[in-house]
Design a protein around this ligand. Structure first.
Ligand SMILES: [Zn+2]
Length: 352
C-alpha cells in the first residue's frame, strides 16, 4: 500500500531575484532578522543562491518532500505584489514578489511539487491572469491581504470571485495577524471579511486558521470559528499552528466538531524548520520519550506530521488537501511516489 499520500498545501520558496527568476525582495526586508532566519531554515546560503539562482530552493523543497516518509507533494506559493492606482505592480510598495511564471515553470520540473498561484485582484488584467494560472497548472490561489493591500470584503472583487468559482480554484488566504514583513495592515486579516467570497460559493481556505491577532475586540480565531456552520465551502489550514507563539490555538481548534472535517494540512515551510517549532514546547501534552523521538526525526515534513498527530490532529485532516485542490496533474507525482513504511498506524488506517 502506498502511504505517501499527504499533500502539504502551504509551502514558501525563497526568491532574491537571482538567476532571472523575476523575484524581488526589498533591501530593507533582506536585512531584517526574520528574513535571515527564513533563509537559514531553507538550508540555503545566500552565496549558493547567488551561484545556482533562486531555482535552487525548489530542488531543496522537492528533495525534502521526496525524503519524507508520509508527505507526497507540496504546493509552492507564488506571491503577487501591491498594485498602484492603474492596476500595475507598484515596486515602491512591494516588499516581496514571487512571480507566477517562475513558480509555474519550476514546479513543473518536479513531479512532487504543485503550483500555488498568486494574483492580486487589483491588477488591471486580474481575470486573464487567473485563467493563465490555471492553464499553467495552478492548484490554488494564494493571497496575503494585509501585505498585498487586498480587502476580501470589497464588492469590486465580485467578478474576480465569480471567476475563481467558475475555475474551481480554491482561495488560500492569510487570516490572523501577519508579522513576516516590515509593515502590514492587520484589519485585512480579519476572517469576518471573508463573508463575500463565501456567500458566492468560493472555496476559501483560511490560512493558519486565523491564529493570532484581534479585530473588533475579539480574537480572530473566534471570529473564524463561528463562520463554519454557515458556509460549507470554508476550510482552514493547520500551517504554523505548532509555533511557539501559538501553543494554545490548536487545542481550541480541535475542540470544535463543526471544524474538524474542514481542516486541511499545510506546514508553512520553511518556518517549521526554525526554532519557532519544536516538540519540546509540548512537555505538558506529549510524553518525554515521544517528544524525543519526534525531535530526532531529520525530515521537517515527517517531524511536522508526527508532532501534529501527537497533538491529536485527526488523520483525515492530513489527506483532505488532495480532494480540495485543483489537482489537474493528480497522479503524476503521487502515483510515482515510492511506498514507504509509515511511522504512524493512524496514517495507515486513514489512508484513502
Ligand atoms: Zn505562509
Amino acid at each position: 500500500m502506498n502511504l505517501k499520500k499527504i499533500i502539504d498545501l502551504h509551502v514558501h520558496t525563497a526568491g532574491l531575484g537571482l538567476g532571472d527568476s523575476g523575484c524581488f525582495v526589498t533591501p530593507k526586508l533582506r536585512r531584517n532578522w526574520r528574513y535571515k532566519i527564513y533563509l537559514r531554515a531553507f538550508g540555503v546560503r545566500e552565496e549558493e543562491l547567488r551561484s545556482a539562482g533562486d531555482r535552487l530552493a525548489f530542488r531543496r523543497i522537492s528533495d525534502g518532500v521526496a525524503a519524507s516518509q508520509v508527505v507526497a507533494g507540496a504546493v509552492v506559493l507564488a506571491l503577487d505584489g501591491v498594485m498602484d492606482g492603474r492596476g500595475e505592480l507598484d515596486l515602491t510598495r512591494t516588499e516581496v514578489y514571487i512571480p507566477n511564471d517562475f513558480v509555474a515553470a519550476e514546479t513543473a520540473n518536479y513531479p512532487n511539487l504543485f503550483f500555488g498561484a498568486s494574483v492580486n485582484p487589483h491588477r488591471c488584467d486580474a481575470l486573464e491572469r487567473l485563467e493563465q494560472a490555471v492553464e499553467l497548472g495552478a492548484v490554488l490561489l494564494k493571497w496575503l491581504p494585509a501585505i498585498q493591500g487586498i480587502d476580501p470584503a470589497d464588492e469590486a472583487l465580485i467578478p474576480f470571485y465569480e471567476k475563481l468559482k467558475a475555475l474551481d480554484l480554491p482561495l488560500l488566504t492569510h487570516t490572523g495577524d501577519e508579522r513576516s514583513f516590515t509593515r502590514s495592515e492587520s484589519a485585512l486579516g480579519d476572517p469576518q471579511r471573508l463573508h463575500l467570497p463565501l456567500s458566492l460559493g468560493v472555496k476559501v481556505i483560511a490560512a493558519h486558521a486565523a491564529t493570532t491577532g484581534t479585530n473588533g475586540g475579539e480574537r480572530n480565531m473566534e471570529r473564524l470559528l463561528r463562520m463554519f456552520p454557515t458556509y460549507p465551502t470554508l476550510y482552514a489550514d493547520i500551517s504554523s499552528l505548532t509555533q511557539l507563539n501559538k501553543l494554545f490555538y490548536l487545542p481550541r481548534l480541535l475542540k470544535q466538531d463543526a471544524v474538524l472535517d474542514r481542516l486541511v494540512y499545510g506546514t508553512d515551510f520553511p518556518l517549521i524548520s526554525t526554532a519557532l517549532v519544536s516538540p519540546w514546547y509540548y512537555a505538558w501534552r506529549i510524553p518525554m520519550r515521544e517528544m524525543a523521538r519526534i525531535g530526532s526525526l531529520s525530515n521537517p515534513w515527517d517531524r511536522d506530521v508526527e508532532l501534529k498527530m501527537a497533538l491529536s490532529v485527526p488523520a483525515e485532516v492530513f489527506f483532505r488537501g488532495k480532494e480540495l485542490l485543483k489537482l489537474s496533474r493528480a497522479g503524476t507525482g503521487l502515483a510515482g511516489a515510492a511506498a514507504a513504511a509509515g511511522p504512524q498506524e493512524q496514517i495507515r488506517a486513514a489512508s484513502p
